[in-house]
Write a protein that binds this ligand. Structure first.
Ligand SMILES: NC(=O)C1=CN([C@@H]2O[C@H](COP(=O)(O)OP(=O)(O)OC[C@H]3O[C@@H](n4cnc5c(N)ncnc54)[C@H](OP(=O)(O)O)[C@@H]3O)[C@@H](O)[C@H]2O)C=CC1
Ligand SMILES: [Fe+3]
Length: 399
């Protein structure tokens, strides 16, 4: 995305281009790492003029979109009112030489501490930055957004950006900036909340409670149904004792049911959302809360669906290991010898197994390939892997 998507030119009534009356808002970025690059790409794409401050602009300029101006730190902080500090906490103090140029500006702290750093420091990174630059206004924002999401663009699931600052005017400026970039800003109050905001990405498995409970509920429901159908009914009606099937067979029949329902719940909200947009005739209105929550849980439901499908594949490959299966095989072989008929060669079953095996190997191969190719993005986000998992789920469920 080299050029701004939002043109700053206006079209006159006669069709000719006229200059926009407003100046292109300029945003500064200090740092030239992964986050800075993705941020610059998104800002340029959202119509902002971007100036990047680097210790070594010659080396890093080629990594940024051509519309972004990459220069030395001291030159970059001159004109923009809003400056993103895309650096780690331990390097903040190296900026102290720029204090005079930075005076009166809005500094946006995007940093994320590690678990150890979070426990070690009692004040948040944003408050530390504010203490180093008392003449600036520090706003905490964008730390929950990965470099990958910034580059790929916000999705329904992860577009919320918590923002906090002690200065309402500066906070409003950054809120508007986040909105212009396609995110949904969330006002978290004063800078004292920064510690809480910085803890957000550290929370393990956020948003897993509802999908996990849903998967458990579905499992209990389908397990009970399969138990009644495959075990209880034959016992009551024909006196057959099939209770040995409870740990493996019934579980294995239940898993794909759960996987399919979860997978359909991953795709369904997208369809509902599209239908709602068509009905409303616009895509610029908020979805109702229930749909928003549902959309936000798609990643977790997709991964749980994949987990159930993978478990089903594993169980299916282990089925022939059971003693009961060996007994059935021997039983059939004896019958075959006695009746002199080839009962064991059931053409349909043979083909079924061949196709299952080949699909299984294909799915495993694809998964390994995806795992290898997604390694570079692992540090950034789960999104790509979520996409891959959801795509391969139907293959695995069919096993
Ligand atoms: N990567 C991500 O997905 C996310 C990152 N963040 C936060 O963004 C910030 C930057 O992260 P990221 O871009 O991944 O990190 P990188 O290591 O890729 O980039 C850090 C940048 O800091 C600059 N820098 C300035 N002074 C120093 C110094 N003394 N020593 C080393 N580097 C220095 C460097 O730019 P130069 O050499 O040009 O001066 C360097 O490119 C961090 O605080 C991180 O927590 C937040 C959310 C997500
Ligand atoms: Fe199956």
């Amino acid at each position: 995305m080299d050029k701004p998507l939002i043109s700053r030119h206006l079209v006159d009534s006669d069709g000719s281009l006229a200059e926009a009356p407003r100046e292109v808002p300029k945003v500064g970025i200090l740092g030239s790492g992964d986050f800075a690059r993705s941020l610059a790409t998104r800002l340029v794409g959202s119509g902002f003029s971007v100036v990047v401050g680097s210790r070594n602009p010659k080396r890093t300029a080629g990594l940024f979109p051509s519309a972004a101006h990459v220069t030395l730190q001291e030159e970059a902080v001159g004109s923009p009112e809003v400056i993103f500090v895309a650096m780690f906490r331990e390097h903040y103090s190296t900026l102290c030489g720029l204090s005079d140029q930075l005076a009166g500006k809005i500094l946006v702290d995007v940093s994320n501490p590690t678990q150890q750093e979070h426990l070690r420091h009692h004040e948040s990174n944003a408050e530390y930055l504010a203490s180093l630059f008392p003449t600036c206004t520090v706003v905490k924002a964008f730390n929950v957004i990965s470099a990958w999401t910034l580059q790929a663009g916000p999705r329904d699931g992860n577009r919320q950006v918590p923002i906090c600052s002690d200065q309402p005017e500066a906070k409003r400026t950054v809120l508007e900036l986040a909105q212009a970039m396609g995110f949904t800003p969330m006002d978290m109050g004063s800078l004292a909340s920064a510690r809480e905001v910085e803890a957000m990405p550290l929370r393990l498995l956020p948003g897993w409670k509802v999908p996990a409970l849903l998967a458990l509920g579905l499992f209990v429901f389908f397990y009970t149904y399969n138990f009644i159908r495959d075990v209880l009914q034959p016992y009551l009606q024909e006196g057959k004792n099939k209770f040995y099937q409870l740990p493996v067979s019934v579980v294995n029949t239940t898993l794909p049911c759960v996987a399919y329902v979860l997978l359909s719940l991953v795709y369904l909200p997208g369809v509902v959302a599209a239908a709602l947009q068509l009905h409303r005739g616009t895509k610029y209105r908020r979805f109702p809360d229930w749909l928003d929550h549902w959309l936000q849980h798609r990643k977790q439901m997709g991964l749980l669906s994949f987990f159930c499908a993978a478990l089903h594949a594993l169980y299916s490959f282990c089925l022939p290991l059971r003693r009961s299966h060996r007994y059935e095989l021997v039983n059939q072989a004896v019958k075959q010898v006695l009746t002199n008929k080839s009962h064991l060669w059931i053409e349909k079953e043979v083909w079924r197994m061949e196709i299952y095996l080949s699909l299984g190997v294909l799915a495993l191969g694809t998964l390994s390939l995806l795992a290898v190719t997604s390694l570079p993005s692992i540090s950034n986000s789960l999104n790509w892997r979520e996409f891959s998992f959801v795509q391969v789920c139907p293959f695995l469920i069919d096993l």
